[in-house]
Design a protein around this ligand. Structure first.
Ligand code: FMN
Length: 292
């Protein structure tokens, strides 16, 4: 979940028994290692770290693999060398995939697990197929554990993907309403007001990274109506990052400017985002029907 998957959110999910993921997507490279050290100090639970391949810094990943239980890659062809480097640091390696062929390539590259992402998902979308047909194909094709992602926002869909054979569920959008997530209040309010039909798969927010993504439809209209080159900036302490109009960056708590015109990533699971609540409460609800 990019930078919304903050140290606080990953720690809260790990504390609640989930695999808490730190998103490094928009994070300046120099902050990743200290964030992982802070995460280790905050939780005794299990956490991982996610890298977008187009923005990967190998040195940072090597250090991350010595700190996180799982190193995950997304949006690049599975690469046995990267997997080997992460393994050498002591981490398990996961690859989020959008097709059966990519899942096979990830398993052949030595990954310990794969995440099958359907096009219902929020954020950047790798493939062209909905979750259930993708999951079915991936489960038939690989022997490593397969997690399901995309449109899963509550206990019914968690149970459904487990019944279909997934080893677990990856949940993104629902956690944007966790108290611990780093989400700007304007973005959060838009999520709370939206239903499953209010998202759009688009290439609108492609400055700095040209890849399809699912957002709330309203932010496309707001950005189209804006005329300035920049719509705001995010303050990362020593780093101030300007946000051009139609930029890939999404609004965090420390973002200022015309937030309504920035990328509001959301999956079709957004209909299950109904209130702001602690991550532990969301976790308890997600596993409600599993008897654990
Ligand atoms: C705000 C947001 C940011 C995301 N950023 C990333 C990312 O940096 N890396 C990644 O692997 N996936 C990212 N994703 C996609 C998730 O890993 C996952 O596929 C998706 O959230 C699942 O669908 P859901 O949002 O309906 O739960 C992001 C999703 C959202 C909603």
């Amino acid at each position: 979940m990019g930078a919304t998957a903050s140290v606080s959110l990953a720690a809260a999910v790990a504390d609640a028994g989930g695999l808490g993921m730190l998103g490094t997507a928009a994070m300046p490279h120099g902050l990743v290692v200290s964030a992982l050290d802070a995460l280790a100090a905050r939780t005794a639970g299990v956490f991982g770290v996610n890298f977008l391949v187009p923005f990967l810094d190998r040195e940072v990943m090597i250090q991350a693999a010595q700190r996180a239980k799982v190193v995950e890659f997304f949006y690049g062809s599975p690469d046995a060398e990267l997997v080997e480097i992460a393994h050498a640091g002591g981490a398990l390696v996961s690859w989020q995939v959008g097709s059966v062929a990519e899942a096979v390539a990830a398993a052949d590259s030595g990954c310990d697990l794969v995440i099958a992402q359907g096009i219902e998902a929020g954020g950047h979308i790798r493939g062209e197929v909905s979750l259930l047909p993708l999951l079915t194909g991936v489960l038939d094709a690989v022997r490593v554990p397969v997690l399901a992602a995309g449109g899963i926002g509550g206990p019914r869909s968690v149970s459904a993907v487990l019944a279909a054979g997934a080893a677990g569920a990856r949940v993104g959008t629902r956690f944007l309403a966790a108290e611990e997530a780093d989400v700007h209040p304007v973005y959060r309010a838009a999520l709370l007001a939206a239903g499953a039909e209010d998202t759009e798969l688009t290439t609108a927010f492609s400055t700095w990274w040209d890849a399809p993504h699912r957002v709330l439809r309203g932010c496309i209209a707001a950005a189209s109506a804006d005329e300035d080159e920049f719509v705001g900036e995010t303050d990362w302490g020593n780093h101030r990052v300007p946000i051009p109009r139609f930029c890939v960056l999404h609004p965090l708590t420390a973002t200022t400017g015309r937030v309504e015109a920035m990328a509001h990533y959301a999956g079709q699971s957004v209909g299950e985002v109904r209130k702001v609540q602690p991550a532990a409460e969301i976790m308890a609800e997600l596993v409600r029907d599993l008897g654990c």
